[in-house]
Ligand binder design. Structure first.
Ligand SMILES: [Zn+2]
Length: 639
């Protein structure tokens, strides 16, 4: 805490000031907060697991062999350097040998199968309007910068980033053996193709609206959007089962793809595909590729000074590619029954609070309240880890083939996704691995998911009192619950179908309440003159505001009349401090800029101050007065 700060003037500074001063950003990070600190602690646990599993002991179990050899291969920098481009040479040769643009479809399918992103994204997903079934999905993709706006915006910053990106692509081609002049021309070709794909892409704010990314159609309809691409060959080569219907998230993208297919020569496309291979595989290629990749994606885009130590990266790749194998060992070591039990009790209390909160809303009519209540009651909770673990036995992992392991693990995942097409939805599946320090609400499943990784201090602490736990993990639980009722989540019904269950008058009132939140956060400037995008961050801001109110209601119901002081602080003071302190963070200006552009979450400072200034209970707790910065003149409240 910074006790020299006034909580009513800048609560974030009051709660986090000293932490911020004492915890500068380590050189291998672009942001450093209490989330990242816990992530680092989990990484240490995972490292121990992997180093043990990597010992070539003949008595290892099958799981240890997979994760241990994956990690060992990734750590073998000398071996990776010695093998040079050999692991991806077959891919480069296939591209070189293409004879005709008609072969592009098959080749793109082949690349995507091995985890090499190219042109568009293909996979499966729950049907927005029939949440029991899984259908094929095709979506925009194919660009190397973080967002389409990086290609299209005309400001000085973006222009500079584009120049640096082209220089990066050029150096990657040079590292792969192209002469400088050729590499330069090729990089410009890549930029031209990606810019055309970006122009056909839908912007991030619009993508928040599920109706805008739902266009269910027949295969023939997709083919007529993009007749230049041989879809039948693509689907066969992709390994997808037979299907008739597909959600083409944003049809205009495929029109743009069709135009681009006609506009560029076969050689241009070969250049683009070669870039896709180098870019996707860079992390597991020889050192010069890794360093060049970091220079652009780490240093230029996020402001990190040094690349993360090799072991951290290898732990993260193992988590990303064999996450439910590594996760089993993680759960054995870290997750106790007590944590699960107490978390479920908090979930229960917060769900009750949301029920009461909905009933008390003055802006909502009884008809819609009743529907909201039904949806709330239908929410299911998943805590810790999956009941049934993913089976990786078919993935071949070799101790001397880091890039190959990566491609085979990606292929397993790609096929796993496609195998779901036409099958009933698996409601037990998790989208995050157990060590992840995060949580999510899934509107199509209507469930909340809390991996074991986040159920630890500072979010959840067995030894802490209720006020502290409700202010941290409790607030996160409330946050996730209200996602079912934010600008996106509210459009789905209790069964997870995209169906409007609101009366028009309630929908209008909701939109007015949300407009207040949009306006509030659009006024915040995290870096220089960059404003937050109030529409992009609307769902998260709504969830932060609702979550903090609900967890407080639940705390008060749980402790009743027990207003014991601890460290001289009331339960409410401890609650708000615990909340403020989970968000303590330092971030580079580059990373603040990147996140303002792409992240639906507001930066830490505003996740704290933006919320408490709307909350009368906070102002009462710290005796704040009208006119002070933490007392909004027009307080926003949705939930
Ligand atoms: Zn959220």
């Amino acid at each position: 805490m910074d006790k020299s700060a006034d909580p009513c003037v800048d609560f974030y500074q009051y709660a986090c000031g000293n932490w911020i001063k004492q915890n500068p950003i380590p050189p291998d990070q672009s942001r450093w907060g209490r989330f990242t600190q816990l992530e680092e602690r989990n990484l240490e646990v995972l490292r121990q697991i992997l180093e043990e599993a990597a010992k070539p002991d003949p008595k290892r179990d099958a799981l240890a062999q997979k994760i241990g050899d994956y990690y060992a291969a990734c750590m073998d920098v000398a071996g990776i350097d010695a093998r040079g481009l050999a692991p991806i040479q077959p891919e480069l040769d296939r591209i070189r040998d293409l004879k005709d643009k008609s072969q592009l479809a098959g080749e793109v399918a082949h690349l995507q199968r091995t985890g090499i992103g190219s042109l568009f994204d293909f996979g499966s997903g729950q049907d927005f309007k029939d949440s029991n079934s899984v259908i094929a999905q095709a979506d925009q993709g194919g660009i190397g910068l973080p967002d389409r706006d990086y290609y299209l915006k005309d400001d000085v910053q973006m222009k500079q980033l584009r120049e640096k990106y082209v220089a990066h692509v050029q150096r990657m081609f040079e590292l792969a053996g192209a002469p400088a002049a050729q590499a330069k021309a090729d990089a410009q070709t890549v930029m031209r193709i990606e810019t055309d794909l970006a122009k056909g892409s839908l912007d991030r704010v619009s993508r928040r609206d599920p109706e805008k990314v739902y266009h269910r159609m027949s295969r023939q309809d997709l083919e007529s959007l993009d007749p230049g691409f041989r879809w039948a060959e693509y689907f066969t080569a992709s390994g997808a089962p037979e299907f008739q219907q597909i959600n083409v998230a944003w049809p205009d993208f495929f029109k743009a793809q069709n135009t681009a297919l006609g506009a560029y020569s076969l050689d241009d496309w070969k250049t683009y595909l070669r870039w896709n291979v180098l870019h996707s595989e860079a992390a597991l290629l020889p050192t010069p590729f890794v360093d060049e990749n970091f220079k652009f994606y780490g240093k230029t885009l996020t402001g990190a000074e040094e690349i993360r130590p090799r072991w951290k990266r290898c732990v993260e790749y193992t988590d990303a590619q064999l996450g439910e194998a590594l996760g089993q060992k993680f759960v054995e070591r870290t997750f106790g029954a007590q944590g699960k039990e107490r978390t479920l009790k908090m979930v229960d209390a917060i769900e009750k609070a949301l029920g009461q909160d909905i009933q008390s809303l003055s802006w909502m009519t009884p008809a819609t309240k009743q529907q909201a209540e039904i949806k709330l009651k239908a929410i299911t909770n998943k805590i810790g880890y999956p009941d049934k673990w993913r089976d990786y036995s078919s993935v071949v992992i070799r101790r001397d083939d880091a890039a190959g392991n990566g491609m085979r693990a990606d292929q397993f995942e790609f096929q796993r996704q496609l195998n779901k097409i036409g099958k009933p939805v698996d409601r037990a599946e998790w989208q995050m691995t157990p060590p992840t320090v995060n949580a999510y609400y899934d509107p199509q499943m209507n469930n909340i998911n809390f991996p074991a990784g986040i159920l630890q201090p500072p979010f959840y602490d067995n030894r802490a009192d209720d006020a502290v736990n409700f202010g941290a993990i409790g607030m996160v639980i409330g946050h996730e619950l209200t996602h079912g009722f934010d600008d996106q989540g509210r459009q789905f019904d209790p069964k997870g179908n995209l169906r409007d269950w609101w009366t028009p008058v309630d929908a209008k009132a909701f939109n007015e309440k949300e407009a207040c939140v949009v306006q509030e956060y659009s006024g915040f400037t995290p870096v220089d003159d960059i404003h937050l995008n109030g529409k992009l961050t609307l769902g998260e801001n709504t969830a932060d505001n609702g979550g903090l109110r609900l967890a407080l209601m639940a705390l008060q119901a749980t402790i009743g009349n027990n207003h014991k002081l601890i460290d001289g602080l009331t339960p409410e003071q401890r609650y708000f401090l615990s909340f403020g302190q989970i968000w303590c963070e330092n971030a580079t200006p580059e990373s603040l800029r990147l996140h303002a552009q792409t992240d639906p979450h507001s930066p830490a400072r505003f996740r704290v101050n933006g919320v408490v200034r709307n909350l009368p209970e906070f102002q009462k707790t710290f005796a704040c007065k009208a006119g002070q910065p933490m007392v909004a003149a027009n307080a926003c409240r949705v939930w």
